[in-house]
Design a protein around this ligand. Structure first.
Ligand SMILES: [Zn+2]
Length: 174
């Protein structure tokens, strides 16, 4: 951080505020403390007749790799609304959430993934600049060497091991 988002000053210093326990960006001019915390990534593992929906990424990072439809949660939405929005934006499909499927902390990236299991009977997905190829894969067709992110890999493995499980599958990359 170079400039204070509150007052525009460039007098940002990193120090432990009184009563806190770790270093923060503090503005020496207006005394605002600017916290940095993990971001939520929300999305869905969408199943149609035992097959799971994957989209090939048309954008960086990991362009060209396959991905569960997911993305950063926005302000003013719930995690479920965000997950459904990401599916719609990336595939054009409206789906129905069944339950929370997996929670995965990506500690080096300061991100937490919440992946819901969802169902649909539709296959009329639409390609977008974000998704250059979309397909439903049976468990033995999943392109394991071309999965974009460890959090998606975790959710897919849990699904393949027990497709009907309603447990929440916890995982992390530390
Ligand atoms: Zn300031």
């Amino acid at each position: 951080m170079n400039y204070c988002p509150t007052c525009g000053s460039d007098a940002i210093e990193y120090r432990i505020p009184e009563g806190d326990h770790r270093s923060r960006a503090v503005c020496s001019d207006c005394n605002s403390i600017h916290y940095s915390n993990p971001l939520m990534v929300v999305g869905c593992l969408v199943v149609n007749d035992g097959k799971v929906l994957l989209a090939r990424r048309g954008i960086e990072p990991r362009m060209g790799f396959w991905n569960l439809p997911c993305g950063f949660m926005e302000n003013d939405e719930t995690t479920e609304v965000g997950a459904l929005r990401e599916v719609l934006e990336e595939t054009g499909l409206e789906v129905e959430i069944q339950h929370l499927h997996s929670v995965y902390s990506v500690v080096p990236a300061n991100q937490v993934y919440l992946i819901y299991k969802a169902i649909t009977d539709r296959t009329d997905y639409k390609l977008t600049p974000e998704s250059t190829e979309i397909n439903f894969f049976s468990p033995d067709e999943i392109p394991w060497d071309e999965i974009a992110f460890t959090a998606n890999m975790h959710a897919l493995k849990a699904f393949v091991e027990n497709p009907e499980s309603t447990n929440v599958h916890l995982g992390s990359h530390i």
